[in-house]
Design a protein around this ligand. Structure first.
Ligand SMILES: Nc1ncnc2c1ncn2[C@@H]1O[C@H](COP(=O)(O)OP(=O)(O)O)[C@@H](O)[C@H]1O
Ligand SMILES: [Mg+2]
Length: 268
């Protein structure tokens, strides 16, 4: 558990953990979700270790974004079991908002607020911390997002003047300012130029040394570059979980082989 946020620390210290699974940050078992009367997530089970990159891939409509939103508690009606840092998600100390801080969600399109770069970084902090940010916090998270060198001389300027690639890195910095225990990223580089893509991949590789990342991508080459654990989804189910080396050279399931060949499969 990241220990930088005092409130979360206090709350977590009083919580009763569920059954302990050493070295695992997230354990999902039998997760199901229906939306509009349709089963969107069907019996999803997987775990994320305490650090490292996990790539979620699969055809459009497989349920990847829905799964990330479910983990971030943006869909409330899921069934099954979700253990985060060995605590049941539904009984998270401090409630849903505190849990969302622990699981930073980065969307495909960066959403920066109409204020300065600096204020964007501190946006999610308490009003006291926004007025007096912890020493070094802004520089630290902007460095982790590989953005510091490009903005250090203009932190008071509007975030709107940044390029889309810089705005995406700013969103990563903003999530990091909340001291998350893991990051969920939904196609974070889908609309970015190759240089921005490269910078974000560098940031993700570095962050994965200290926390688990769950990153959706349609970019097979990016998935190969980032490596780690591959979770392949199709039609609301997890079809195969394997290391990147194994998955991209010797996928076990026919659906995975079809997907790697055609970027689609006929599960649904
Ligand atoms: N709020 C919703 N209501 C009904 N169906 C939805 C809703 N959100 C997503 N879906 C459906 O869930 C399925 C999975 O969507 P999504 O998670 O966005 O897939 P992916 O990210 O893998 O492309 C799609 O069939 C989509 O139409
Ligand atoms: Mg999606």
């Amino acid at each position: 558990m990241n220990t930088k946020r005092k409130t979360s620390d206090m709350l977590v210290a009083t919580a009763q953990p569920a059954t302990t699974t050493d070295g695992v940050s997230l354990q999902v078992s039998g997760l199901k979700l229906s939306l509009g009367g349709k089963n969107i997530l069907r019996d999803i089970s997987f775990s994320l270790r305490e650090h490292g990159i996990n790539i979620l891939i699969g055809p459009s409509g497989a349920g990847k974004s829905t799964l990330l939103r479910c983990l971030n508690q943006l869909h409330a009606d899921w069934q099954g079991e979700m253990l985060i840092m060995n605590h049941h998600a539904r009984q998270w100390p401090g409630g849903t908002d505190a849990l969302r801080h622990q699981m930073g969600l980065i969307a495909q399109k960066p959403a920066v607020f109409p204020c300065s770069i600096e204020k964007n970084v501190t946006f999610g902090l308490s009003s006291r911390e926004r007025k007096h940010p912890p020493a070094g916090l802004i520089e630290r998270v902007l460095r982790q997002a590989v953005l510091w060198d490009e903005v250090k001389d203009r932190l008071h300027e509007s975030a709107a003047i940044l390029s889309i690639g810089q705005q995406q890195r700013l969103c990563i910095a903003r999530a990091l300012a909340l001291s998350p225990s893991m990051l969920l990223l939904d196609e974070p580089t889908a609309s970015l130029d190759p240089r921005s893509k490269q910078l974000i991949e560098a940031s993700l590789s570095q962050l994965a040394e200290t926390m688990p990342l769950l990153c959706v991508t349609h970019d097979i080459e990016q998935a190969q570059r980032l490596g780690g654990q591959i979770i392949f989804m199709c039609d609301g189910r997890i079809i195969e979980i394997a290391s990147a080396d194994t998955f991209f050279t010797r996928p076990e399931r026919l659906e995975a082989r079809e997907f790697l060949r055609w970027s689609t499969c006929d599960c649904s």
